[in-house]
Design a protein around this ligand. Structure first.
Ligand code: HEC
Length: 153
């Protein structure tokens, strides 16, 4: 009896300790984003002006986004966290906007003459505002690894 309650206590204690360790992680997961709400507001206007004709309002893109056309080119994919864009670190998203499609991949024009660095980042913030916390967290880990890779070189 004495032993049982001792074990019970130990178990409860262990549970508490684990909860205490996890609580800060759970509290911050997905909630700390790199951008301010004002970026999203600015990015929405810029997105609608520069990107929505191809990537659609609310960044929903093309449903069959993996399907190449008769010329072997990819259509504008969703950017709202349901397709592939979240696999790219911030630096790659930024480069895609500034440089446009690589030859033979798609018809996206380069925006480096049109958008400033801040405007491109605001558009990325707007796109990311559609991403769920789970998708955002997965992206953040990819982005962190990419930064470490660059720093290690
Ligand atoms: C003329 C049509 C067109 C316009 C305008 C356009 N895009 Fe694209 N975009 C595409 C196409 C087509 C692709 C797919 C081929 C590729 O990856 O280059 C693409 C791909 C992308 C990707 C890579 C997505 C992935 O899953 O890898 C990002 C990010 C992106 N566009 C962002 C933008 C943003 C932001 C704007 C506005 C500043 C914009 N695009 C404007 C056609 C366009």
């Amino acid at each position: 009896m004495g032993l049982l309650s001792h074990t019970g206590l130990r178990r409860a204690w262990r549970g508490l300790a684990v909860a205490a360790l996890l609580a800060p992680l759970l509290a911050t997961a997905g909630q700390v984003r790199w951008y301010k709400p004002a970026y999203v507001t600015a990015g929405k206007t810029l997105y609608e002006r520069n990107c929505a004709t191809c990537h659609q309002p609310d960044a929903v893109g093309t449903e069959q986004w993996r399907q190449r056309d008769a010329n072997g080119l990819l259509p504008p994919p969703p950017l709202n966290g349901t397709a592939h864009a979240w696999h790219h670190p911030l630096s790659v998203l930024y480069r895609q906007i500034m440089e446009g499609s690589a030859p033979g991949v798609g018809t996206m024009p380069p925006f480096k003459g049109t958008l400033s660095q801040g405007e491109a980042l605001a558009i990325i913030a707007y796109i990311q505002s559609f991403w769920s916390d789970e998708v955002y967290d997965a992206w953040r880990q990819i982005d962190e690894s990419a930064k470490k890779g660059v720093m290690g070189q």
